[in-house]
Design a protein around this ligand. Structure first.
Ligand code: A3P
Length: 298
């Protein structure tokens, strides 16, 4: 089935989510040609949930022996996180039906906005590591509004609230996607790590340690004492990344201007934009969708 988004672009439904045609084609390419490795790392999220930050952190953690986080030539200082960790369905498989991923060294790190059920079955069934980050939908929504209003005119907050509640939007419906990873993380906690942007903001050190443990490359006591965790956090901090020339200019391999991934960062920014009525509608929708799942947003 297909429907139009509010700008008149056609969206197609596939395995419970909505996609523009080129993304859907890329997903079909991915599902046909991808082959998982046990050592693969998949970073999953809804757009505007902290993907860029998670990409930077995972890259810095996994490659810390090759690139010390305080290295002056660290790749994160000269390249956008989206070029270092590429999206499967928004980048790699859009450009090429078979992007040659089998030639990449292990561990491969990829990112996706697809729901869990749409990951390739070789990924779903393998012991590879999937890290999911979610964020309060109200902050996601306002972040997306800022982001999209730079690219699409007449994109009002009312439009976007309607869109979220209806669920017919790119990678929507959103809470269903969050639930797909949440449920998997409950039954298979070695396979899916469920993270929250808010917890990363509140206790970044504990969350980075959690990621490293989950990915099978825990920090040794010696490393911890050397300050490497703090160095990684500083390298990947909003202040540092958003001020780098590499992230202020240019366009990522998925076709989005680098600066588009950096707004103000932080928690609760929605308060300055959404009316009480909008916030109430969104909270009610989320509460209803998550009922009985054990997952809660305060
Ligand atoms: P805001 O628009 O609320 O500022 P994504 O990477 O999934 O597109 O999410 C983008 C959101 O994450 C934006 O939120 C952006 O500012 C924030 N962000 C990007 N890099 C960050 C970082 N290093 N630390 C914290 N937040 C970051």
């Amino acid at each position: 089935p297909s429907e139009k988004d509010f700008t008149g672009r056609k969206l197609y439904s596939y395995q419970g989510s909505w996609y523009y045609p080129n993304t859907l084609q890329a997903i079909l390419n991915f599902q046909t040609h991808f082959q998982a490795r046990d050592s693969d790392i998949i970073l999953a999220s809804l757009p505007k949930s902290g993907t860029t930050w998670l990409k930077a952190l995972a890259f810095a953690v996994v490659h810390r022996n090759k690139y010390a986080p305080n290295l002056e030539s660290h790749p994160l200082l000269s390249d956008n996180p989206h070029n270092l960790v590429r999206f499967l369905e928004l980048d790699l498989y859009v450009k090429n039906q078979c992007p040659g991923l089998e030639e990449l060294p292990s561990p491969r790190i990829f990112a996706t906005h697809m729901p869990f059920q749409t990951l390739h079955e070789s990924l779903r069934d393998s012991p590879c590591k999937v890290v999911y980050v979610c964020r309060d939908i109200k902050d996601v929504l306002v972040s997306r509004w800022h982001f999209r209003s730079k690219l699409v005119s007449n994109y009002s907050l009312e439009d976007i609230v309607e869109e979220y509640i209806k669920g017919v939007c790119f990678f929507g419906p959103f809470q269903e996607q969050v639930l797909s990873y949440w449920k998997e993380s409950l039954v298979n906690s070695n396979h899916v790590l469920f993270m929250r942007y808010e917890e990363m903001i509140e206790k970044p050190e504990a969350q980075v340690i959690r990621v490293a443990d989950f990915l099978g490359c825990p920090f040794t006591e010696e490393e911890k004492q050397s300050g490497i965790v703090e160095n990684i956090l500083e390298l990947c901090s909003f202040g540092n990344l958003s001020n780098l020339e590499a992230n202020k200019t240019g366009t990522s391999t998925c076709g989005i201007p680098h600066h588009g991934f950096f707004g103000k960062g932080g928690v609760g920014g929605w308060n300055n934009h959404l009316t009480d009525d909008m916030a109430r509608k969104l909270d009610e929708m989320v509460e209803k969708k998550l009922e009985g799942s054990g997952l809660k947003f305060e």
